[in-house]
Structure formats: structure tokens, C-alpha cells
Design a protein around this ligand. Structure first.
Ligand code: ADP
Ligand code: MG
Length: 139
């Protein structure tokens, strides 16, 4: 059983399409409590740091340019076994393969522009939430 917090963010295309509030509603309806939220924007260098784990992948340039192309909504959510529960809730990386009713199926555009991020481990969730929030901004 994992920890009870994970990090997510609404990605730039979903923000541009006006899905921010609908996605936050969906998160809450799914039983995830939003305990931190901030609209912000990553520079290219910041996106490269955030996604450093993928720097050998062929899509790294595309991903970091996209993630720095506009505002994002950075969010910390709380639920039992949060990392796994949230990844199940958002669906597969490719929105076309995501199950019906998942955030990526409902709001994703394509493989890269898949509406939301979800941390993949408790360790990365901590690193990622600390990247965006101070302890005093997490409730
Ligand atoms: P996930 O976000 O489901 O954990 P990954 O960690 O594998 O997926 O990839 C990180 C992000 O990189 C994805 O959410 C997506 O935005 C982008 N991405 C992954 N694979 C591809 C790909 N083949 N082409 C373009 N972008 C991709
Ligand atoms: Mg990942």
C-alpha cells in the first residue's frame, strides 16, 4: 500500500481548451481531496528538469516544448494509496487507449497532450509536489 498523496497537473492543451475546472471537479468527484493548487507556467528549462527522467526518449523535445507552451494547473491530491489510485483514475497515457470515463479519455487530445500528469511512485510524487509547492501551501 502506498502513501496518501500524489502530484498531478492539468497540461497546457487542456487549459487552452477550458477544461481546468471540469477536470478539478472530476478529481474531487473521484474521491481525491485537493490539498494544494496553483496556476503557473514552466519555462523550457524547468520542463526539462521536471521530465529529466525521459531525456533519452525520442519525444523529450516535443514533450518539454509542449509542457512549457502555456499555463498549467499544479495540484496535490490526497486519497488512500494515492499514486496508484490516481493513475487508475486518469487512464492510460494514450487517451485513445484510456478506459471510458477516465480523465485522459474525456479530456485528452493525443498521446502527448493527454490532459493531465500523474506521479508514478511515492518517491516521485514527493519530489514533484516539492518542486511546485512549499509545505505551507499544502493543506
Ligand atoms: P505517463 O504520463 O502516463 O506516466 P510517461 O511517463 O511514459 O507517461 O510519459 C510522460 C509524458 O510524455 C506523457 O504523459 C505524455 O505527455 C508524453 N509522452 C509519452 N509517450 C509519448 C510519445 N510516444 N509521444 C509523445 N509524447 C509522449
Ligand atoms: Mg510518467
Amino acid at each position: 500500500m502506498g502513501g496518501n498523496r500524489t502530484y498531478t497537473m492539468v497540461k497546457p492543451t487542456a487549459m487552452r481548451k477550458g477544461y481546468m475546472a471540469a477536470i478539478m471537479n472530476k478529481i474531487t468527484e473521484g474521491g481525491f481531496k485537493i490539498i494544494a493548487a496553483k496556476m503557473t507556467k514552466l519555462s523550457l528549462a524547468e520542463a526539462e528538469t521536471f521530465y529529466a527522467i525521459h531525456n533519452e526518449r525520442p519525444f523529450f523535445g516535443e514533450l518539454t516544448e509542449f509542457m512549457s507552451s502555456g499555463p498549467i494547473m499544479a495540484i496535490v491530491v490526497e486519497k488512500e494509496n494515492a499514486v496508484e489510485a490516481y493513475r487508475d483514475f486518469i487512464g492510460a497515457t494514450n487517451p485513445e487507449e484510456a478506459k471510458d470515463g477516465t480523465i485522459r479519455k474525456l479530456f485528452g487530445t493525443n498521446m502527448g497532450e493527454n490532459a493531465v500528469h500523474g506521479s508514478d511512485s511515492d518517491e516521485n510524487a514527493k519530489i514533484e509536489m516539492n518542486y511546485f509547492f512549499n509545505d505551507r501551501d499544502i493543506f
